[in-house]
Design a protein. Structure first.
Length: 93
């Protein structure tokens, strides 16, 4: 069974977040942490996995990613804090 993940990464101070979609969450988080791909995440050091959702449908995952990206920061913060109030790095668990 194939899964897809919509995820949110945060900087050390939680001031910057990155929202993405992937079919391999473990690999993608490792890429963020190692800064091996140039771009937004490397520039802003978004190394903490603070939120993720899992689905079996890639179209749903992409739709959800776009929805979350369209939200204001307050609403994104509330989503993260609904499951991870301390903004812990979920990849450390």
């Amino acid at each position: 069974m194939k899964y897809y993940y919509v995820y949110i990464m945060a900087s050390k101070t939680n001031s910057t977040i990155y929202i993405g979609v992937t079919n391999d969450l473990r690999r993608r988080v490792a890429e963020h942490k190692s800064d091996c791909i140039d771009g937004f995440s490397k520039k802003y050091q978004t190394h903490k996995l603070v939120y993720f959702e899992k689905t079996q449908n890639i179209d749903e995952a992409i739709k959800r990613e776009k929805q979350l990206k369209g939200w204001n920061r307050k609403k994104k913060n509330m989503l993260i804090e609904s499951l991870n109030p301390e903004w812990n790095d979920l990849s450390a668990e």
